[in-house]
Design a protein around this ligand. Structure first.
Ligand SMILES: NC(=O)c1ccc[n+]([C@@H]2O[C@H](COP(=O)([O-])OP(=O)(O)OC[C@H]3O[C@@H](n4cnc5c(N)ncnc54)[C@H](O)[C@@H]3O)[C@@H](O)[C@H]2O)c1
Length: 376
């Protein structure tokens, strides 16, 4: 069972394959990504959590497909702390010492930390080499590995991490999403990925929301029906992002729709980084955005309530994890505002589906949103 989508990022087009037990197919595809011919060598940058399930089988499959191929491996800790300049430099230093040249293929295997960091190494090493992404989290499959954005966090002078502040648009030449790899993903991480799927459902595919509830059980089940439902879910969710990226590859306009729930979510995540995963903060952010949408006259209270119910039905938080002050949240959310030229830009869900980019939004909308999720 395999689906194939296409990622179009400006002039770059790449296949996105989604299926179960894709190792052999992925290895074969990887061998033709460097201008149609085999790469001079392969550099796998990977998360130790998937060394046995994804990396060892891939190395074997590459060796079976091309016995003389040189395959290097570099392991990375999958954490925001490690997604920084020091690690990015260490990987390049090691890659150069291994003799990686411009004909090499980099393969990033892991969640969003790995595809962001690995992709940015590919973007910068030798002024850019070809790369492939093998996302191993649900969030990676439906979001982080798609759209061509790569990057790292920047450690500020006071020790804080400024998230994703350095990077490049450098799309992979292949995205291979093997849903069988989700069987080992902790349930909390899986649910965090479901928050992004729900965002996509609200943006463009409302009936997708009904398919999400069984995903956690399906990820643990090895039978063909469960794997096929997961393939369908990942493909539908990925398609929503791919369509939006194709229409606006460099986030000059429409791609901002993908920030639905994120202005609220980023502020919450920034204040309680150890209590919430990104996807959990996005879930709370979706509830906040729906409340703000009612205030803006874009949605009825009943529809906003249904967004809250969808979030709760997935076992995701719909409220702040601990009391946070409204003023503090507004101040932290202000860093998003600064990035967008001094005015609030909010993405709010619309009645009947879809979302609206509200530029120059009144701060009152943020207050209503944060208050609805428990800010005081
Ligand atoms: N580039 C983009 O467009 C984009 C979009 C969204 C998010 N992101 C980035 O993605 C990152 C978050 O990604 P994520 O949620 O995938 O997290 P992650 O990479 O941090 O992985 C989450 C956890 O799951 C573990 N893990 C990964 N796959 C596993 C598997 N199959 N089995 C068992 N454990 C596994 C990891 O070791 C880690 O502990 C953030 O850094 C965020 O900035 C990027």
């Amino acid at each position: 069972m395999m689906r194939e989508l296409t990622q179009v990022c400006g002039v770059n087009t790449a296949p996105v394959i989604i299926g179960s037990r894709l190792t052999a197919v992925t290895a074969t595809r990887c061998l033709s990504l460097c201008g149609g011919s085999a790469p001079s060598s392969v550099l796998i940058i990977f998360d130790g959590a998937v060394a046995r399930s994804a990396v060892e089988p891939l190395v074997q499959a590459l060796a079976a497909a091309q016995p003389r191929l040189i395959v290097h491996r570099l392991q990375v800790e999958a954490s925001e702390r490690a997604k920084v300049g020091e690690e990015w430099l260490r990987l390049q230093r090691d890659a150069i010492a291994m003799g990686v040249d411009r004909g090499a293929l980099l393969i990033a295997v892991g969640g969003g930390v790995l595809t962001d960091l690995g992709g940015f190494v590919a973007a910068s090493l030798l002024r850019g080499i070809a790369w492939a992404a093998i996302p191993t989290t649900l969030l990676g499959m439906v979001d982080a590995a798609l759209g061509g954005k790569t990057g790292i966090n920047v450690r500020l002078a006071d020790g804080r991490l400024a998230k994703n502040m350095s990077g490049a648009f450098w799309p992979p030449r292949l995205v291979s999403s093997d849903v069988s790899l989700l069987s080992t993903l902790p349930i909390r991480e899986l649910r965090a990925g479901l928050a992004e799927c729900l965002k996509h459902a609200l943006l463009a595919d409302r009936s997708l929301a009904e398919c999400l509830a069984g995903a956690a059980a399906d990820a643990r089940a090895a039978d063909a029906d469960a794997q096929s439902r997961l393939v369908d879910l990942v493909a539908r969710s990925a398609q929503v992002k791919l369509d939006i990226v194709e229409s606006d590859p460099r986030e000059d306009g429409r791609r901002m729709l993908l920030n639905l729930g994120h202005t609220f979510g980023h502020a919450i995540e920034g204040l309680v980084p150890d209590e919430m995963l990104h996807g959990e903060a996005v879930a709370v952010g979706l509830v906040a955005a729906a409340a703000a949408s009612v205030e803006a006259g874009l949605m009825s209270p009943k529809e906003a309530d249904s967004v809250r119910q969808l979030v709760e039905a997935l076992g995701l938080p719909a409220q702040l994890p601990s009391p946070l002050g409204l003023e503090l949240l507004i101040r932290v959310a202000g860093s998003d505002k600064k990035r967008r030229g001094g005015a609030w830009t909010l993405v709010l869900p619309r009645s009947g589906g879809g979302a609206e980019i509200v530029r120059g939004a009144d701060e009152r909308l943020l207050r209503v949103g944060f208050a609805a999720v428990g800010a005081d």
